[in-house]
Design a protein around this ligand. Structure first.
Ligand code: NCD
Length: 307
């Protein structure tokens, strides 16, 4: 179903494809927990090209590729590749396409993943294109929601923080719409969810509310998805200084929220989730990061056609 496909954005998926990815990830999770040696991608090479900083996404992709039996080559900063000499993305991709079987790429420009996909014969997986999309994060987010909540449907989820530049919420919004969850958007006025995205979610049947009342929103939410203010996307550093620390979720906030609320965050956090929340049982953000391994193993194997 996914063999040879590029993974560029979350609007591209059908429910059947999502079920296949979740089930394949669950199967790999079991195998990893049993210390099975997996050779599904034996003989294949995955390129991890990261032209923007990353800890979780790059290392979990590299770990996932290794665990599923592939070998990995990588670029871990724009400064360490010929990008620094002025090579275009198109030329870089055309070259690397001849070395590998799958390309995983993070890049600061919106739309860069599409350009890479148009210039590669092999599947391209978007690991974040500027403030555009981050589909593999959204896949691990729904895998986490399914595990934490027992189902993917019918929840109320609050998206909190930088909804303008945060690519993870842009991606997750499509999945929440597909699985009929209600979304509440809470952000500083200047960091609201882009209008064209809200309109697109609504045209697909989403129920959306926007509010600035965090505690009221959390009193009705089954899940809160917190995001970092995306400092690197601001043209004006003063603007960032004004907005940083706008929302801080701590133990006290969660004590007043709906009982059993699950707290998600793609990480890294700066100060928007206080560390006093880390031992709350619904604080799922480190489990969420861990789930990235299984979902990325599944994706690599599926686009390669070995599963
Ligand atoms: C996110 C990203 O890069 O968009 N991080 C991640 O991949 N887990 C979120 C962020 O940087 O704030």
């Amino acid at each position: 179903m996914l063999k040879g496909k590029d993974i560029l954005n979350t609007a591209q998926f059908s429910i059947d494809e999502l079920s296949l990815i979740m089930d394949t990830a669950a199967d790999y999770e079991q195998k990893v927990k049993n210390y099975e040696i997996i050779r599904d991608m034996d003989g294949r090479v995955v390129a991890c090209l990261f032209f923007e900083p990353s800890t979780r996404t790059r290392l979990s992709f590299e770990s996932a590729a290794n665990r599923v039996g592939a070998r990995v080559i990588s670029v871990s900063s724009a400064g360490s590749s010929s990008t620094a000499k002025g090579e275009t993305l198109v030329d870089t991709i055309r070259t690397i396409d001849g070395y590998i079987d799958v390309i995983v790429m993070r890049h600061p420009e919106i739309g860069s993943a599409r350009i890479a996909a148009d210039n590669a014969r092999h599947p391209v997986i978007n690991a974040g294109d500027g403030s555009g999309q981050h589909p593999t994060q959204a896949l691990l987010d729904i895998y986490t929601i399914r595990k934490e909540k027992g189902s993917l449907e019918g929840h109320t989820i609050t998206f909190l923080g930088d909804l303008k530049y945060g690519r993870t919420v842009h991606s997750l919004g499509y999945f929440m719409t597909m699985y009929k969850n209600k979304m509440i958007f809470v952000s500083p006025e200047s960091l609201r969810m882009p209008e064209e995205l809200t309109a697109d979610f609504r045209s697909r049947g989403a129920e959306i509310e926007e509010t600035d009342n965090v505690s009221e929103a959390l009193s009705r939410s089954d899940i809160v998805y917190v995001t970092r203010i995306q400092r690197e996307r601001f043209n004006n550093p003063e603007e960032y200084e004004k907005l940083k620390g706008s929302y801080i979720i701590d133990r006290n906030t969660i004590n007043k929220a709906k009982k059993g609320i699950t707290v998600l965050h793609p990480l890294p956090r700066v100060d928007e989730i206080s560390t006093d929340l880390d031992d709350y049982e619904g604080a799922a953000y480190f489990r969420q990061a861990h789930n990235g391994i299984f979902v990325r193993m599944a994706l690599l194997a599926l686009v390669s056609g070995v599963r």
